[in-house]
Design a protein around this ligand. Sequence first.
Ligand SMILES: [Zn+2]
Ligand SMILES: [Zn+2]
Length: 148
Amino acid sequence: MSHDGIRITRKEDESEEARPLPRISITPEKVRVLLTEGKGMEIDWVDGHRSAWSFAWLRDACPCATCVEERKQDGRKSGQPKAKPAAVLPMYTPPAKPASAHAVGRYAIQFNWQDGHSGGIYSWEYLRRSCQCPECTFDDEAPTGAPN
Ligand SMILES: [Zn+2]
Ligand SMILES: [Zn+2]
């Protein structure tokens, strides 16, 4: 009588396959900061997706501790502008624009805003999660800040 009838084989890479792959890339292929045009920033991601943000949106989405705290107190989402007081004389406020922008290591970008603010470090991950395209914002009620 033979005992070699039962054999259990195991797929070696089964656990590897079960691990969920990240669905989106947070590595930019190309970053364009449209400083001269004053429009905003565009990023082409390595997965082929393209994101765009206006400077106004980026300024109101500043990820520094002060701005995050301020938005939390106002109940504003990232990129949502401050409520303007209704009864005062309309005053022209120029749209936010950075004087310069530079890369922070390999993971983020920093803007030196013309209003003197520069504390926010915009990581690629934060930006990708804040993509303003219809595909990424379909379930988000935040106002779109993408340049047209
Ligand atoms: Zn800030
Ligand atoms: Zn998107």
